[in-house]
Write a protein that binds this ligand. Structure first.
Ligand code: MG
Length: 384
């Protein structure tokens, strides 16, 4: 029996952001796996959770992935929660990497086999002005992207005024649609910044057909509020990037509240949980549009999931010809999937197909980095 011998955590600054990478070592010489956690901004909490899990996982069989998932999710009596599922995700992905390497197959072979040759991406487009929006969109179209997903740069310290943002977008987006034509799919991510009445006002002021989907206008704790919104607007929704289990997805998928599932493999509970979310989504013909903001381990794990899933729209891509975020730094990731135009080939080697520079990570620094904190004019807090 091959057993888990060690679980190492590497919270590291890579370019402008932090990433939490884990390495699982095994009793087989040279056999190890890489995983990543998606709880950006609270990496040290996840490091602590991984330590708790390592306490009982060391000595266990590397092949029993779902048995370990069940034990991690349920063993503290207090089940689930975002910190814990972010830790479970990293461990689960690393165990899939190990199993693929051991059996000498790509991870998609462990998920049912390959259904597609490549995976198309939507380009994330961040903008502050109309000029920036139009110029970046034109470049992305020329580079071959057939879907762009917009989001406003709102990082403070100026107060966030939803009505101002809505007024700008209502003025700019119809021109963007004219420029892009009808073959381009255009979505807008509102990052949980609006209220229900603000969202309805925004959508009502846009000419029908301007946008193809709206991502996360509201906070998500209460699915009933989204159910109300669903009845009040005539625009598909894309939700779920922060959901931390199939149970959180369940009301949104079973009642068709969301039209795209924004599953995040590094937050939802790894590949073990993501493939179940994919199956629940499939029952209502809902396509996956995975969240992918982290780095090559998240990208690769998601590519294997999408290769083996029938219901796929686009994978998110944040390093595009108009914005380099550096999350895929070649210094840190010496082997990784490579974006070709608007798509990735499905990795064909054993395991995930990613190699992380552990020696560099050991020397790298980690500093706590807060996501932007936004405030309204009156000084009260609002979501970034
Ligand atoms: Mg989003």
């Amino acid at each position: 029996m091959i057993t888990i011998t060690n679980i190492k955590t590497y919270p590291v600054r890579i370019e402008h952001g932090n990433q939490l990478i884990i390495k699982i070592e095994t009793s087989e010489n040279g056999l190890y796996g890489w995983g990543a956690s998606g709880l950006s901004g609270r990496e040290l909490a996840v490091v602590g959770a991984v330590k708790h899990y390592a306490h009982f996982l060391v000595g266990k069989n590397v092949l029993q992935i779902e048995a370990h998932w069940q034990e991690m999710y349920r063993s503290q009596y207090f089940e689930g929660g975002r910190v814990l599922t972010a830790a479970i995700s990293a461990i689960d992905i690393a165990l899939y990497d190990i199993k693929g390497k051991l059996l000498n197959v790509p991870v998609y072979e462990l998920l049912g086999g390959k259904q597609r040759q490549y995976v198309e991406c939507f380009a994330s487009l961040k903008f502050e002005s109309k000029d920036e929006l139009m110029t970046k969109a034109q470049t992305l179209k020329q580079e071959g992207f057939n879907c762009i997903r917009l989001y406003e740069a709102s990082e403070g310290p100026e107060p966030y005024v939803a009505r101002k943002s809505m007024a700008n977008l209502v003025a700019w987006l119809p021109d963007l649609r004219k420029e892009m034509g009808n073959e381009m799919t255009i979505g807008m991510d509102y990052h949980h910044r609006l209220t229900l009445p603000e969202t309805v006002s925004f959508v009502n002021r846009l000419p029908l057909g301007t946008l193809d989907f709206l991502e996360e206008p509201l906070r998500d704790e209460n699915p009933q509020v989204y159910q109300e919104l669903r009845k009040m607007i005539n625009l598909p929704l894309a939700l779920g990037e922060e959901f931390a289990s199939k149970w959180q997805f369940w009301p949104y998928l079973k009642d068709n509240i969301t039209q795209y599932a924004r599953v995040d493999v590094c937050n939802v509970g790894g590949l073990t949980e993501a493939k179940k979310v994919a199956a629940i989504a499939e029952t209502n013909y809902i396509d996956l549009m995975p969240h992918n903001p982290l780095g090559p381990i998240c990208t690769a794990a998601t590519l294997h999931l999408l290769a083996a899933s029938p219901n796929v729209a686009w994978l998110e891509e944040i390093n595009t010809p108009v914005e380099y975020c550096g999350t895929n730094s070649e210094m840190f990731y010496t082997k990784q999937p490579v974006l070709e135009g608007n798509h990735y080939q499905v990795p064909s080697g054993p395991g995930l197909g990613v190699e992380f520079n552990e020696a560099l990570a050991k020397k790298a620094t980690f500093e706590i980095k807060e996501p932007p904190h936004l405030y309204k004019k009156d000084g009260s807090f609002t979501n970034w």
